[in-house]
Design a protein around this ligand. Structure first.
Ligand code: DQA
Length: 155
């Protein structure tokens, strides 16, 4: 088993990072984002991670700079699940942070951004993402965690 297939030294922690307005989930435009709260999403993430023997660090901020700091603090983690909210469509700083830490990142969105306004079709994060999952509500996060678990099993 070469070093790239030896998962024994791999971190078992996934950082799930949430950007602006996601603290309002549950009451924010429920016709778009559903009724689940961010605490509900965190619970689903912890349950899915637990099924794969993984841990979750779950964080939310409304500030772009703090999100950059959270990405830096994920250095050494197994992966980052990132819902950067509207910063997805505007932030070179977040893309640079992801590229800078060298941790695989999966971009997630609750809504199907491609079925919405044209300004949501552009993402500065997709070019530095391992993959993108959108449109499945809170299950977008669960699928991303399952993908990280699967990637470790057969990278
Ligand atoms: C979002 C989609 C973004 O366009 C929007 O700005 C959000 C939420 C989603 O999860 O569907 O804040 O990232």
């Amino acid at each position: 088993m070469g070093p790239e297939t030896d998962t024994s030294r791999m971190s078992d922690t996934i950082h799930v990072l949430n950007g602006p307005n996601l603290n309002l989930l549950g009451t924010r435009e429920p016709e778009v984002y559903g009724r689940a709260t961010l605490a509900d999403v965190a619970e689903l993430c912890r349950a899915e991670a637990g099924r794969h023997g993984l841990q979750v660090v779950f964080r939310q901020t409304n500030s772009e700079g703090t999100l950059v700091d959270y990405i830096h603090e994920a250095r050494g983690a197994r992966g980052i699940v990132l819902n950067a909210g509207a910063y997805t469509h505007t932030s070179i700083a977040l893309a640079d942070a992801v590229a800078g830490v060298g941790v695989p990142m999966i971009e997630v969105h609750l809504s199907n951004v491609f079925a919405r306004e044209p300004f949501r079709h552009q993402s500065f994060l997709s070019p530095v993402a391992k993959g993108v999952i959108c449109g499945f509500g809170p299950q977008s996060y669960v699928l991303a965690i399952a993908a990280f678990a699967q990637m470790a099993a057969s990278p």
